[in-house]
Design a protein around this ligand. Sequence first.
Ligand code: FAD
Length: 475
Amino acid sequence: RPVILWFRQDLRLADNPAVVHAVETGRPILPLYILDQGPATLQTGAASLWWLDKSLRALDASLRARSSLLILRRGDSEAELRRLIDETGADAVFLNRRFEPDAFARDADIAHGLQADGVACKGWNGTLLARPGSVLNGSGQPYKVFTPFHRALLAATVAPPPAPAPADIRTLPEPASDDIDAWGLHPTRPDWSHGFNWTPGEAGAEVALATFLSRGLKSYGKGRDIPAEPATSRLSPHLHFGEISPWRAVEAARSAAADGRAPAAEADKFVAEIGWREFSAHLLHAFPQMTDKAFRPEYDAMPWRDDPAALEAWKRGQTGYPVVDAGMRELWATGVMHNRVRMIVASFLIKHLLIDWREGERWFRDTLVDADLASNVQNWQWVAGSGADASPYFRIFNPVTQGQKFDADGRYVRRWVPELRGVPDRWLHAPWTAPPEVLRDARVRLGGDYPRPIVDHDAARKRALAALGTIVAAR
Ligand code: FAD
C-alpha cells in the first residue's frame, strides 16, 4: 500500500527526513501538496503565494525527473488527505512537522483522526536545527533570552548526516491532481521578481547559498547593516518554504570558514542569525499567545492610534522620511526588505505613528515573500518592546540619523525613491531641511513630487514616550 508524502514547508528532496523515510519503506510514494488557507494565522499571503506557485512547479519538475510527480489539492487538509487515502488505499502519511501553534494543533488533530481509522501519521523535524521544546534551560523552561538560548542550541544539537535527493521515487499510476495554472496563484501585478533575481525552488536556494558564500559571507558582520549592499544571503524565502535546510546553510558557512574562504567570526555571525530564526520558532511554540498578543501583557494597554491615512502613507512609502519610504517601496517591488530597514520602518509605524504593531505585522505577512509567522511576530514584538528579548520601547530610532548612518552615500534611498535622486547626500535623508535653491536644482517640490514628513520627529518621540508612560504608570 502506498505512503503519502505530505509536503508543506519542506519543498525540497535533499536533506528531507520525511523523504528519506518514505523512500526507505520501499513502498510506492504519493507526493502531495495541499493548499489549505485554513486558520487565519496559517494563510499564505499574496507575495508568498507568488513564491509558492514557482516553488511547487520546481518541486514537481524535480519529482518528474525521478519518475514521480507532485499531486496538488486545494481545501481542508484533513478532507483532502482522506480523499487521497480513499482513492489510493494509502495507509500512512509521512511529513515534516510544522511548529506554529495552529499548524501544530491541526496536525495533532489530523494524526489522531487518521490513526483511529488505521492510517499511521509519522512526523519529523525537517525545518529547524532543533525541535521546539527540546532546548530548555536548567529548570526545564524555555529560554526567553536569545544569547543563552543560542549557546544551548548549538551545544545541544548535532548536524544530521547530509541526505542527497533520492535518485528515483517510485509512485503509483498518476492519481488526480489539480492543475496549478487553474489555481491562479500567479498575479502579474506587482511582479515580485522585480529588483531581485529570485529563483524559487531547491536549485535556486543552492545558487543563493553559493553566491552568498563567495561574496557576502567574508564581510557579513559589517555588510549586513548596509541596505544598499548585497551582503546578506537572501535565503529567507528559501528557508521559509523549506527549499533548503537550515543545517545545510549552517554547515556550508562553517566549512567556508574552515577552509579559509571567510573568517570564522563572520560565519558565526551568520549562524547567529539562523539562531534568531530558531529562537523565534521556539518562542512562538512555547508561548502561542504571542501570535497576536504582547509577550509582555502590559503592552497590550498601549493607547494605539487609529489613523488610516497615516497607515496608508506608511504602506505606500509616502511618509516623507526617505529611508522609511525606500524600505516600504523595496518591499512592494521585491517582496523583501533589508533587515536594518525592517527595523526602521517597524519602529516608525509603532512609535512615530503610534499604530498597533499588529497592523504592520499583517501588512508584512501579505507582502513579504519570506513571511514567516514566528519570525515576523517575534521581530515586530522585538521592535515594539513587548517581546521576550526585546529592544526597550524607549529606544526610538531616528529615521534621519539611521538613514545617514547606514545609507551614508544615499544609494539605497536613490534606488527606491527616485524622485529624490538629485538631492545632495547632505540633505537626502531630511529633504525638508534643504535650502529652497537646493531642492529647485534637484527638481523636487516638497508636498508635490515628494511628501513633507507626515509627523515631526521630536513631537512624535514625545508622544510615543508619553504613551509608554501610561502603561508604566498603570502597572
Ligand atoms: P541573512 O542576514 O542572510 O540571515 C540568514 C537567515 O537568518 C535569514 O534568511 C533568516 O532565515 C534568518 N534571520 C536573519 N535575521 C533574522 C531575524 N532578525 N529574525 C529571524 N530570523 C532571522 N524574517 C523572515 O524570515 N520572515 C519574516 O516574516 C520576517 N519578518 C520581520 C519583521 C521585522 C519587523 C523585522 C525587523 C525582521 C523580520 N525578519 C523576518 C527577519 C529578517 O529581516 C530577515 O530574515 C532577513 O532580512 C532576511 O534576509 P537574508 O535572508 O538576506 O538574511
